[in-house]
Design a protein around this ligand. Sequence first.
Ligand code: PRP
Length: 211
Amino acid sequence: MAQIRIVRHPVVQHKLTELRDQRTGPKRFRELLREITPFLLYEATQDLEVEEVPVSTPMGEARGQRLRGTIGLVPILRAGLGMVESALQMFPEAQVWHLGIYRDERTLQPIAYYNRLPPQPTVTWCFILDPMLATGGSAVAAADILKRWGVPHIVFVGLIAAPEGLERFARAHPEIPVYVAAVDSHLNPHGFIVPGLGDAGDRQFGTGIQP
Ligand code: PRP
């Protein structure tokens, strides 16, 4: 199995339940995704390295700690976009490297269509942001790209994963931790997580509406 860490914080589970609800419209869905992301990142960043630094307070000298290394946020288009803004509030200095990957609806294979990474890595940590890990194809493809880029530390941060996708991810990238709020039952024949929450991109952006 992948290094899967389920964030069971009651506030996360409360917000996840509202996200799942089919009556939750795009505006509230976007708000909830923004609200839940810091809780996920709080857990997912616990292994960040720090260095000791002296700090002068108004009352004297203290020993402090400062984050070491450079953080990259890697939202997978489209659904990962909804996690970036609040992640940036947490890490205002972070670099944001978007990756465009969609899943072919017929083959369910990931198709990478946007990547502007420079030749050499510019960050030491990358946090892949994508609410859904279904077949795992997109997450594996994103981690492949970041490994080829040469990033030393990669972490996946999402909302819901399927067991099938976690297995696939663990086979491809056993050392990369996966932080999610829930692992659901299974994938349906169309590769959707059951019960899941539907298509996270469509639900955020109001697309996918049947005429
Ligand atoms: C969804 C989701 C993930 C991917 C998960 O994106 O946001 O990126 O599918 O599926 P997988 O684990 O089977 O690869 P989608 O392909 O719908 O792209 P979109 O957000 O651009 O609509």
